[in-house]
Design a protein around this ligand. Structure first.
Ligand SMILES: O=C(O)CCC(=O)C(=O)O
Length: 261
């Protein structure tokens, strides 16, 4: 089920992504290698301030090499290139750090809340820790990307309070309307540290509560293509993206270099 993807997806996997809206899990590195990376993430990213964002979890590919190296890992680039073509623009990333006791994150899709025109984007979700039913793995609704599922306000849920505290803006307080989710069967992405999966901008997904005594961290890597116009300043004033594969044949987005090694 899980294999390295440095050579990209097979034809069957590409067809599966088109039909179901996701692919994986695949392997980026071993759990032992991820343990070394996790230690760097905790020291260099999670315990330092971002020079760009209010919250230290967001868009750290711009200033920390360990985040950039995960986001632009050859397996991530090859997998996304298999479904989006060779030219790839990294425009956002978030470490989802789910502490013990954190509530579920309701069903939603990400695309409509991204400032992209047209809306074309893929997420790679990398497990920094093992993701299990107990600690709140991501669950995807296969096939839900084929229509735009309407969303509604979060209302006052435990998550909306937490989200405000964490400075998470991208969902703008909305979740998928439950009656539009009838008929979909979730796939639970219980994966080992060092594995990842990819999903499309309209694929509906959620993450469960963390009912364990340990933190669960995943890195969501957001990638688009250069023909898409990014409304940069809606991410943060002065936002820039980084080309992680191929070339930019359009030149209408603001791009910058990776952080130094
Ligand atoms: O990992 C999580 O807790 C939530 C992930 C998610 O919703 C996303 O990547 O868009």
């Amino acid at each position: 089920m899980s294999e390295s993807k440095v050579n990209g997806l097979t034809k069957e996997e590409v067809l599966h992504f088109g039909r179901e809206g996701y692919a994986g899990p695949f392997t980026l590195c071993s759990p032992e290698e991820m343990a070394v990376i996790r230690e760097r993430v905790e020291r260099e990213v999670l315990s330092t301030q971002s020079p760009h964002q209010v919250h230290q979890y967001k868009d750290r590919f711009l200033d920390t090499r360990v985040t950039y190296d995960l986001c632009s890992h050859p397996a991530i680039r090859a997998t996304i290139a298999s479904v989006s073509g060779p030219d790839l623009l990294l425009f956002a990333s978030t470490f989802f750090v789910k502490e013990p006791g954190f509530p579920p994150f309701p069903y939603h899709c990400d695309g409509p809340y991204w400032p992209l025109v047209p809306l074309v984007g893929v997420t790679a979700w990398i497990a920094i820790d093992d993701a299990t039913h107990e600690n709140g793995c991501v669950s995807l609704l296969p096939g839900s990307h084929r229509k735009l599922v309407p969303h509604q306000s979060f209302g006052h849920t435990p998550w909306s309070t937490l989200k405000r505290k964490m400075g998470i803006k991208e969902l703008r307080g909305r979740r998928a309307k439950p009656r539009h989710l009838n008929g979909f069967e979730p796939v639970h992405m219980t994966i080992k540290a060092g594995q990842f999966f990819v999903f499309a901008e309209q694929t509906v997904h959620m993450a469960g509560a963390n009912r364990t005594e340990h933190r669960r961290t995943g890195l969501a890597v957001r990638v688009t293509v250069p023909f898409v116009r990014i409304r940069h300043d809606e991410i943060f004033p002065g936002h820039q993206a980084v080309m992680i594969n191929g070339e930019d044949r359009f030149g209408w987005n603001r791009t910058t270099s990776p952080p130094p090694e």
